[in-house]
Design a protein around this ligand. Sequence first.
Ligand SMILES: NC(=O)c1ccc[n+]([C@@H]2O[C@H](COP(=O)([O-])OP(=O)(O)OC[C@H]3O[C@@H](n4cnc5c(N)ncnc54)[C@H](OP(=O)(O)O)[C@@H]3O)[C@@H](O)[C@H]2O)c1
Length: 251
Amino acid sequence: MSESSCKLTCKSIDSVLIVGGSSGIGLATALILAQAGASVIIAGRNKEKLQLAVQALPAGVKTLVMDASQKASVTEAFEQAGEIDHLVLASGSGRGVGNFPTLNVEDVRLGFEEKVFPHFVCAQAILPYLSEKGGITFVSAVSARASMPGTSGIAAANAAIAAWVPILARELAPRRVNAVAPGVIDTPWWDFLSEEQKNRLFTEYAQLTPVGRVGEAADIAGAIYFLITNTFINGQMVICDGGLSLGMNAA
Ligand SMILES: NC(=O)c1ccc[n+]([C@@H]2O[C@H](COP(=O)([O-])OP(=O)(O)OC[C@H]3O[C@@H](n4cnc5c(N)ncnc54)[C@H](OP(=O)(O)O)[C@@H]3O)[C@@H](O)[C@H]2O)c1
């Protein structure tokens, strides 16, 4: 075996477009990939947020303003971006949380509209520009595979994305399609809570998690990097939750 065949590098991943790359998991993914030499484009709705994000990244990272929930915006942005090797879908929604008996169906519907359909639209619209050596990495959530009370709505949305992974891996071959399923990760996603509520929740989840802490965006970025650079992993969803879902019937 040659030494070069053992190396995991970004050499075969020349370009990566990260939808949701201006914050949290997407931003950490942009950092790790750009540091590894990939050519990176980060996309999001808010231009100022993208410009702030790019200042924290290595020189050369480009930005793309687009709204993944609007097909016309996605089509125009992807045309502008041109050919890429890999698409990471890291935009999301926090809708659909609550116990089932009182869960508002409109909130669940919004969860699908803010995450599932945007991921669908992006994954479809990228195809004319997506090289055969690359693929798509979705960011789902561990709720898709765990039986956590209070998550039936958000779990359904993330499970929809998880369901596409093995199917698209076959339909879009030889491109690879994978997903990462984060547990509780300390990102701006939780900013709907006050600082005090957030600290309490993170402390509670750290106690429930075998590794004794909640995750950082870099933990998930590392998993995404692994999925992108290991060209023999295909059709898989990797759970990255510090063991939170163990004993919760994670499949
Ligand atoms: N944090 C967690 O604990 C956790 C756990 C499990 C799963 N996840 C999933 O991980 C993914 C990333 O979450 P995060 O924690 O990194 O959240 P985050 O810090 O809030 O980042 C979300 C990113 O998505 C972009 N975005 C949102 N809606 C968009 C749209 N319609 N079009 C384009 N960009 C859009 C945001 O930028 P703009 O607002 O400027 O558009 C931002 O860059 C989400 O799918 C989330 O459901 C997170």
